[in-house]
Design a protein around this ligand. Structure first.
Ligand SMILES: Nc1ncnc2c1ncn2[C@@H]1O[C@H](COP(=O)(O)OP(=O)(O)OP(=O)(O)O)[C@@H](O)[C@H]1O
Ligand SMILES: [Mg+2]
Length: 391
């Protein structure tokens, strides 16, 4: 019996355990292999970047366009099969623009952001198709060394679990200063001065005194400000904020959104705001892209999406937002059912089992493509202009 000390994934790149190292029994693993009609995962192609940029490459947006993502496809090769987490997602982002990516849990918002940043957990995750064009360079084809010039300095991200990602044993000022020490090779004193300046910029009161405080000595809202400070430390042109306000109460949520808008208007950066909360994005986003089961189902300017949602999923999301003019005792409608299991997607439109407008044709064939219905608006439902409620 062959036993090896090795990372816990088998030769078919399917994860056996989610993390860590350990001992794996290869014979047992072979016996557990999934029966699938698809070719083995390792025989399918995936994008492995090799293009190298000269150091100090200068990045400039083409006609104000920072980012263009096209036909992005990401899959996770698991022991039970291949989960197609992102299926042909495309969007763009201009300077000073805020694009909100909205969708339920598991719809692929964070994986989309991770693909743009080049930090997909791989294996089991692989980008199999698409382009992520940043200022004329396809980031997916860049060699890892060159991607490091982009990450943080050009495109920065505030992570979904940001509040818990500060290191509890180091003062926050030290953690911010580390950005300048590593990326700008500053000495300790200058880096700490920059850290105080950044803490002031994100409105942390008495920044000079608090630079030596530890994360637990800050409230949740203040810790989120510190995470924002770290993200903007290198003056990125694009900031991706993944659920930046989810763990905060409503008043602090509004303050954090105000801060992001203020920083954006100072620097002109493009902002991608990931959220599952339609209420958060109404005042801040220019455009919204609604995701469902790894696909975009509707994209529109924010006011048009709120006024005339076209996709049944967007209609359901909007109906489930609490309204001030609701009658007392009125029940908030919720979208029935659950998002599909990525390993067993329904035929036809992925939303059809939960769609109250669904027709028999909706459960046949391929998922409907995202089609432009007017300039700046696109919908992935062929019935968008003929929606009739079914029982
Ligand atoms: N490292 C991973 N290994 C396996 N599957 C993953 C991994 N990361 C994400 N996925 C799967 O990809 C799909 C999309 O996940 P993602 O984290 O992008 O969802 P999300 O829209 O950000 O949800 P949430 O609102 O809960 O953050 C999910 O089905 C998830 O289980
Ligand atoms: Mg997420």
């Amino acid at each position: 019996m062959a036993r090896y000390d090795m990372p816990l994934y088998d030769e078919n790149l399917a994860m056996v355990e989610s993390e860590g190292r350990g001992t794996i029994d290869l014979e047992q693993t072979a016996a557990r292999k999934p029966k699938s009609s698809r070719p083995p995962a390792k025989n399918r192609p995936y994008i492995k970047g090799t293009q190298v940029l000269e150091s100090g490459h200068s990045w400039s947006p083409v006609d104000g366009r920072l980012l263009t993502v096209e036909d992005l496809q990401v899959e996770f090769r698991m022991r039970d099969g291949v989960a197609h987490a992102i299926n042909g997602v495309g969007f763009h982002l201009d300077q000073r623009e805020t694009l909100a990516i909205l969708g339920e849990s598991g719809s692929g918002k964070s994986v989309t952001a991770q693909a743009v940043m080049g930090i997909i957990d791989s294996p089991p995750g692989f980008v199999t198709e698409g382009t992520v064009d940043y200022c004329g360079v396809d980031l997916l084809r860049l060699a890892e060394k060159s991607r490091q010039q982009v990450r943080g300095a050009q495109i920065a991200m505030i992570f979904q679990d940001a509040l818990s990602s500060l290191n509890p044993v180091f003062p926050v000022g030290w953690q911010i200063a580390e950005m300048f020490r590593v990326h700008k090779k500053m000495n300790k004193t200058d880096a700490l001065k920059q850290a105080v300046r950044l803490m002031e910029r994100v409105h942390i009161p008495a920044a000079a005194d608090r630079v030596a405080s530890y994360p637990h000595q800050f409230s949740g809202g203040m810790r989120q400000r510190i995470m924002i400070a770290m993200a903007i430390a290198l003056d990125p042109a694009v900031l991706i904020a993944d659920e930046p306000t989810t763990a905060l109460d409503v008043t602090v949520q509004a303050q954090i959104m105000d801060l992001l808008k203020e920083l954006q208007s100072d620097s002109g950066m493009g902002l991608i705001l990931i959220t599952h909360d339609l209420g958060v994005v109404a005042d801040v986003a220019d455009r919204i892209a609604v995701m469902y089961a790894g696909r975009l189902v509707e994209t529109a300017p924010v006011d048009q999406l709120y006024a005339t949602p076209r996709h049944p999923y967007t209609i359901g999301l909007l109906e489930s937002v609490p309204r001030l003019d609701a009658k007392l005792g009125e029940t908030l409608p919720a979208i029935g059912g659950l998002p599909p299991n990525l390993l067993a997607m329904p035929d036809g439109c992925p939303f059809n089992p939960r769609c109250r407008f669904a027709r028999p044709q909706c459960s046949i064939g391929d998922p409907p493509p995202l089609v432009q219905i007017e300039p700046g608006r696109a919908v992935a439902c062929p019935w968008w202009d003929r929606l009739e409620e079914r029982s």
